[in-house]
Design a protein around this ligand. Structure first.
Ligand code: AHR
Length: 500
């Protein structure tokens, strides 16, 4: 009889990577397709509150425990003039929206977005237009949002019903300015000069803001990571974050490779961490710059970009399946393992457009990817730990040999809880795992455990069958002498929550 295969995970609560910034659980909402109109904002819906926000969507977003939300784009922002979206709604212009070939009504603008964030108790993260917009306009936007009453734009905000400053902390200096698809695409040098001047005068307007410099649009860009290096060298003095974007794809329908994606996510962050270290050293800079992965998700099934000059056309409405949920879980594992350098991340996007939530009329669907996000946001608290994993590998076309297990672990002194997050990449066999805890704060008891799993990587939720891919509670698990044993089903993500 073949010996039982077993994976061993060792977690030492003293082997700390860093405090987990809540800002790694962020979202992104763009004026693209039905994300804003028909997703977040839908005054015609029976779920609309007094501001036109969909209460069912707000409730689901609350479940995701988001900490920050990026807006209004994305590619949209590179030709967006914030003045169009403030003031009396009846007077706001309808415009041809060039990034997505749609009609923008401007019924949802900055003040509505800030209200939406306040309703969810999350930090707004605004992007300024560095495509067709000017640096002066970016600074005027900061004045409109953040200045105390007494100057023209602060008083304009007051006239619009918001006398108190919005105190918006996070500001993105444009979006994907290296991309040929971007309205107003720039070379690295030209972008860096423009972003630097914008950040300088935005900070002169409000010194408390934090700025995010555009890095490359993806690790696959030919100018990566030289673009990032150039942008950092010129902007360091006025920057707090470097942005990175990436979308995972499975065009080849190769599940084994797709499930190895953590490899790429980790390498992407490691490369940029090196660029950050080297640039700081070269400049003799005093402050650190951290990474903001302010667009990440699985995206390849619906690549419709042309809205046909309609208002809120359905674009990029991906249906997510089990293997996508496991890739999302790995991405969250990577964020936890890299949170010493990556301090912000926004899932792109939150509703309808490549999103964990989908509306159809007054109905709302939670896609498969919604659930791992909720499981992690709920349990990953306190400090991220460095797990040691001893497990067999599987061979993949795209990433070579990849471990069968992808693991992250956390411990929280405040709530006296710990958590272990395990993605099992095996597609057919159950994997026996032994987890051993060490250290001063080693857990004493399992509190609960939840699992998402299935045998069909393509299984997905639909309005008719909404719970095909959803977490299930796992039975009690004894923790003896600091160790516990469990069986991980194939194609699974598990969260084990423990008491210290
Ligand atoms: O999230 C969809 C689009 O993807 C964003 O507008 C853009 O920044 C990225 O290319």
């Amino acid at each position: 009889m073949a010996a039982e295969t077993i994976a061993r995970v060792t977690i030492d609560t003293d082997d700390v990577i860093a405090e987990i910034p809540r800002t790694i659980f962020g979202g992104f909402a763009e004026h693209l397709g039905r994300c804003i109109y028909g997703g977040i904002y839908d005054p015609e819906s029976k779920h609309a509150d007094q501001h036109g926000l969909r209460k069912d969507v707000l409730d689901a977003l609350r479940e995701m425990q988001l900490s920050v939300m990026r807006w209004p784009g994305g590619n949209f922002v590179s030709n967006y003039f914030w003045q169009d979206g403030v003031g009396p709604r009846a007077e706001r212009p309808r415009r041809r929206e060039l990034a997505w070939q749609s009609i923008e009504t401007n019924q949802f603008g900055t003040n509505e977005f800030v209200d939406f964030c306040r309703e969810l108790k999350i930090e707004p993260m605004l992007a300024v237009n560095l495509g067709t917009g000017t640096t002066a306009d970016a600074a005027r936007y900061v004045e409109y949002c953040n200045a105390p009453p007494g100057t023209e734009l602060a008083d304009l905000r007051g006239k619009h019903g918001y006398p108190r400053p919005h105190a918006v902390k996070y500001w993105c200096l444009g979006n994907e300015m290296d991309g040929p698809w971007q309205i107003g695409q720039l070379t690295a040098e030209d972008y860096a000069k423009k972003a630097r001047e914008a950040a300088k005068i935005m900070r002169l307007t409000d010194p408390s803001i934090q700025t995010i410099v555009c890095g490359s649009s993806g690790p696959w860009m030919k100018t990566f990571p030289q673009w990032d290096r150039t942008a950092l060298e010129l902007c360091w003095e006025y920057a707090n974050f470097l942005s990175l974007h990436n979308y995972a794809t499975n065009w080849e329908n190769d599940t084994a490779s797709f499930l190895g994606y953590a490899n790429e996510f980790e390498h992407h962050i490691d490369t940029l961490a090196t660029v950050l270290r080297e640039t700081k050293q070269k400049l003799g800079a005093k402050h650190d710059i951290y990474l903001s992965q302010d667009e990440w998700n699985v995206w390849y099934k619906d690549r419709k970009f042309d809205g046909g000059w309609r208002v809120a056309p359905p674009l990029c409405e991906e249906t997510y399946n089990l293997e996508d949920a496991l890739v999302v879980a790995q991405w969250l594992n990577v964020f936890l393992r890299k949170c010493d350098v990556l301090k912000m991340a926004c899932i792109a996007q939150v509703v309808n457009v490549i999103a964990p939530l989908k509306t159809r009329g007054d109905d709302l669907l939670r896609e498969s990817t919604f659930y791992p996000f909720v499981m992690y946001a709920q349990h990953a608290r306190g400090k991220s730990l460095r797990p040691k994993v001893d497990v067999a590998t599987i061979s993949t076309k795209r990433f070579g040999d990849v471990p069968l297990l992808d693991v992250a672990a956390t411990v929280d002194d405040a709530t006296k809880k710990a958590a272990v997050f395990l993605v099992h990449r095996g597609q057919t066999e159950t994997l026996n795992v032994e987890i051993s805890f060490r250290g001063a704060n080693a857990p004493a008891k399992v509190a609960a455990s939840r699992q998402i799993w299935g045998l069909d990587p393509k299984a997905s939720n639909s309005f008719e069958r909404p719970d095909v891919v959803a977490p299930r509670e796992v039975g009690a698990m004894p923790l003896k002498n600091g160790s516990l044993r469990l069986k991980l089903p194939p194609l699974s993500v598990s969260v084990i929550a423990l008491y210290l």
